[in-house]
Design a protein. Structure first.
Lengths: 325, 543
């Protein structure tokens, strides 16, 4: 087991190096440089000013030198400073946005699972009934409707017409002076629309998985046995069938973990939520190399760690894996 | 100037939604009392902005959001007044020597920084030194490189000497003056002032929540008097449709409308009783630029024909919903350098066909325009993310098809657009816009020395008389002489048609009626911001 662990961890090192190389190349292959994005088409900017900024960012150095200085810093957990005019450390920029994205994504994920599982079960147990068809229609509607369009309609209805919910952002102006309860209630009200829209869109995939997995299990012999020995239907479904039907969904949950730090640009733009999606998008558009590379590397690293943990889990559960190597 | 792409995505979607559901508007109680009200202190103005600021040290900022915020925090030595004339600001007065080589600024006494320290000539000297310092990553050193020497005979006088007279120089001293006592001897790129600025302006920074809002509070010691509005808040809302709904719901007091919002969605009395809409020409124009190195566009009759084949009125109606005016030169109407006598080429497809025939282009039986066995076809290149430009190109495509020209449209992401096409001269026709500065100097865009990669005369325009006039126009302070030079340049450009100048869009700000004292002027509405007020009974943000 120990050997297996060490081997798996050592494999991470060349993988990380590969990731940094690919990340670095991809962003440098994109046409345009941060300097141009800031200064192009501005008659007040002379050639000298551009050179000045290139030197300031170290873009005048050969590519391999730029790469090694970046990787060198990365090894010391320093993501460098942003190439936008604020010159702030990338770490700070990510740190101020990560909590928002992370908490939103976690709540949305919980909502999705919390809704998709019962919906899937209902659809499976009432297979081909009117209810099943209604549910199918509903979830596919959510799948097919463009998020931004639905978001705008809901904002108009609840924000402008009915005036029940705030339209965008996370806090009301002046929320700093609220008491803790009022503050949280204000935040919760701001989150209702974004979260509903986000989970509505992804219900279809999840609930369909749940439905087919449930149907699959219900067809098994042991369910027939359970029914044959006279167990009430409720127990058959929720005790015997559900547990087994949940397994593929748990795998799905594992897949969605690395996605937690990524935000959706369209979604964040519409609801004016300052999250990782906007930061990354703006970074790409302005060719802010350190920000883009930083986010990509963190994402890749988390994926690797996720896989590693999953493998450890399997190894713990299955002696064949841990004894092989 | 900047050619940055503006973002109007989702506009179409917004149209559909709003036109279908505009019957009833928000029920937020906004007072609509007809009484003018009397000036009072207090309340806040919330302005919607699509982008967060990046740094509040203006000489390091290159984005318009940062400059908009910094404009309320800092002052320059001079500013543009409401009629776009240069007026003293931190300087009490200024004098230009008769030979145009020396400008002397007499500084205001008794001005203090937000931290209470006095403002003196030392701050001006520091600002100049840090801008020209080669280690400073600023985009604004160019204008100051013409300066031979800056001296301060005493604490309240600054003398600037130039090697040759340079007319745009005076306006360049409108640059924000930075506090020397907080910056001198420190690395400006690492200064905390970028996030916590200290200026001399009417507002000071109170709170900045990245990506959400920037809250400014009024400076009670401002040298022109305490602003009436206590807080000025920028709310970051990246999407214009969302911002518009926030406006209707009362979450935003001031924003720029899109043409369709202005002309179609904000006409109900319910809306106009709550919001005041303003409309004036923006300092920008949209054009179609011909690559003059390309054999198709070498003949000026061809370029004139293309202009004659385009119906500019139709563009303004179709793209801007009438919220703009025709452009026929590089200077926006109503500026002092604008030449109203310039003959525009009117929309006339027959004339276009005749001009093309003179240049050797004839229509074949199937309607295509041919010369030496080759058809007339080209591609209009424009940047991604600007719906207005794309629509303009599409309408032009239809119009040019009428005279037998086959036009394709290609939309390219901004960085690639610059790097792969514009800088390399690898294009036939571009569709772009210029924001123009208040000073008419346009040397960088039209002078034949500015055609290298990355420079702004990327179409390769060359006219010796224009070259001479551009130099003449910038090297005297005499308004009559400058006027003569720029008038003539406009005549030549109208004849040469290196661009087809298309239209000048209108700026369309909308402000809650709660906020009073706004006086629209050629400079827009913000020139008297410190006099804006909300009368005592109507204040919303009282805290």
């Amino acid at each position: 087991m120990k050997r297996y662990l060490i081997k798996r961890i050592l494999v991470l090192i060349p993988l990380m190096v590969g990731i940094t190389l690919i990340t670095f190349s991809v962003i440098h292959l994109a046409p345009g440089e941060p300097v141009e994005m800031q200064m192009a088409m501005n008659p007040k900017v002379g050639k000298e000013a551009r050179e000045r900024l290139r030197t300031f960012y170290g873009l005048d150095k050969p590519l391999h030198e730029q790469y090694f200085s970046w990787v060198g810093k990365l090894a010391r957990l320093d993501l460098g400073t942003s190439f936008s005019s604020d010159n702030r450390p990338v770490k700070d920029k990510i740190a101020e946005r990560l909590p928002v994205t992370l908490s939103l994504n976690i709540i949305a994920l919980l909502l999705e699972f919390g809704l998709a599982i019962p919906i899937g079960i209902l659809a499976a147990t009432h297979r081909n009934s009117l209810l099943d068809k209604g549910i199918t229609l509903f979830v596919f509607l959510g799948f097919a409707v463009p998020t931004f369009w639905l978001a705008l309609l809901l904002m108009y209805l609840f924000g402008v017409q009915l005036n029940w919910l705030p339209i965008s952002g996370l806090h009301t102006l002046g929320s700093d002076s609220f008491g803790p309860v009022q503050y949280l209630w204000d935040l919760a009200k701001h989150l209702i629309l974004p979260l509903s829209v986000a989970s509505f869109g992804s219900l279809a995939g999840m609930s369909r998985y749940m439905r087919s997995s449930m149907l699959n299990v219900i067809g098994q012999d042991y369910i027939t046995t359970a029914r044959a020995k006279g167990l009430p239907e409720r127990l058959v479904i929720y005790k015997h069938a559900l547990r087994n039907a949940l397994l593929p969904l748990i795998t799905l949950l594992g897949f969605s973990l690395p996605g937690l730090i990524g935000g959706s640009v369209i979604f964040e733009t519409i609801f004016a939520i300052p999250g990782m999606g906007q930061l990354f998008y703006q970074g790409v558009m302005s060719r802010d190399y350190p920000v883009v590379m930083g986010i990509l590397v963190i994402g890749a690293f988390l994926t690797l760690i996720g896989n590693l943990l999953a493998d450890f889990g399997y190894a713990l559960a299955d002696p064949r894996i841990r004894n092989e190597g | 100037m900047s050619g940055k792409p503006q973002r109007f995505w989702l506009l179409v979607v917004a149209c559909v939604i709003f036109s279908a559901a505009c019957s009833r508007e928000s029920t937020v109680p906004i007072p609509t009392s007809g009484a003018a009200g009397s000036p009072a202190y207090g309340d806040a103005v919330v302005e919607g902005t699509i982008g967060d600021a990046s740094t509040l040290i203006p000489i390091l900022a290159t984005d318009s959001s940062s400059h908009a915020v910094a404009d309320l925090i800092y002052n320059g030595l001079v500013k543009y007044d409401k009629d776009l004339n240069i007026a003293p600001d931190l300087a009490e007065s200024f004098h230009i020597s008769p030979d145009g080589l020396t400008i002397q600024f007499h500084l205001r006494r008794g001005v203090t920084w937000h931290d209470g320290r006095p403002f003196t000539a030392r701050d001006v000297l520091y600002t100049y030194r840090i801008i020209i310092n080669p280690a400073t990553p600023t985009a604004y050193a160019e204008d100051f490189k013409q300066v031979k020497r800056v001296t301060a005979p005493d604490d309240y006088t600054v003398t600037v000497e130039y090697a040759t007279p340079f007319a745009p120089a005076l306006a360049s001293w409108g640059t924000s003056i930075l506090p020397s006592h907080l910056l001198d001897g420190k690395d400006i790129t690492k200064s905390p002032l970028a996030r916590k600025p200290v200026g001399t302006g009417p507002y000071r920074l109170k709170e900045w929540v990245a990506g959400q809002k920037i809250v400014l509070e009024s400076n009670h010691d401002y040298f022109l008097g305490r602003p009436h509005i206590d807080r000025y808040i920028y709310r970051v809302i990246p999407d214009t449709s969302t911002m518009y709904m926030e406006l209707k719901a009362g979450g935003v007091d001031l924003m720029g409308l899109t043409p369709v919002q202005y002309s179609r969605q904000t006409t109900s009395t319910r809306f106009t009783s709550r919001f005041a809409k303003y409309r004036y020409p923006s300092s920008s124009y949209v054009y179609m630029g011909y690559n003059l190195r390309h054999p198709l566009f070498g003949d000026k009759r061809v370029r004139q024909a293309l202009t004659a084949a385009i119906n500019k009125d139709e563009l303004i109606q179709g793209v801007l919903f009438g919220m703009g005016q025709k452009a026929h030169g590089p200077i926006v109407p109503d500026r002092w350098a604008y030449n109203p006598q310039v003959k525009d080429i009117p929309y006339d497809p027959q004339r276009a066909t005749a001009l093309l025939a003179q240049a050797g282009w004839h229509r074949t039986s199937d309607g295509t325009l041919m010369k030496d066995g080759k058809p007339f076809r080209f591609t209009i290149l424009t940047n991604q993310g600007n719906q207005q430009r794309l629509m303009t190109a599409q309408i032009i495509q239809q119009r040019l098809r009428v005279v037998g020209i086959d036009v394709k449209i290609r939309v390219v992401e901004w960085a690639a657009f610059l790097k792969e096409f514009v800088d390399k001269g690898n294009f036939e026709v571009v569709m772009l816009g210029w924001s123009t500065s208040q000073d008419p100097d346009m040397y960088d865009v039209w002078h034949s020395s500015k055609t290298k990669p990355g420079e702004l005369n990327f179409i390769g325009y060359r006219n010796d008389e224009v070259d001479r006039l551009l130099v003449a126009g910038r090297s005297t302070f005499n308004l009559e002489q400058r006027k003569r030079a720029y008038y003539r340049i406009q005549e030549i450009l109208a004849e040469d048609q290196p661009y087809t100048f298309l239209y000048v869009p209108d700026a369309l700000p909308v402000v809650s009626r709660r906020i009073r004292g706004i006086q629209p002027a050629p400079a827009g509405i913000r020139h008297n911001l410190i006099d804006w007020f909300v009368s005592a009974g109507e204040q919303v943000y009282t805290k």
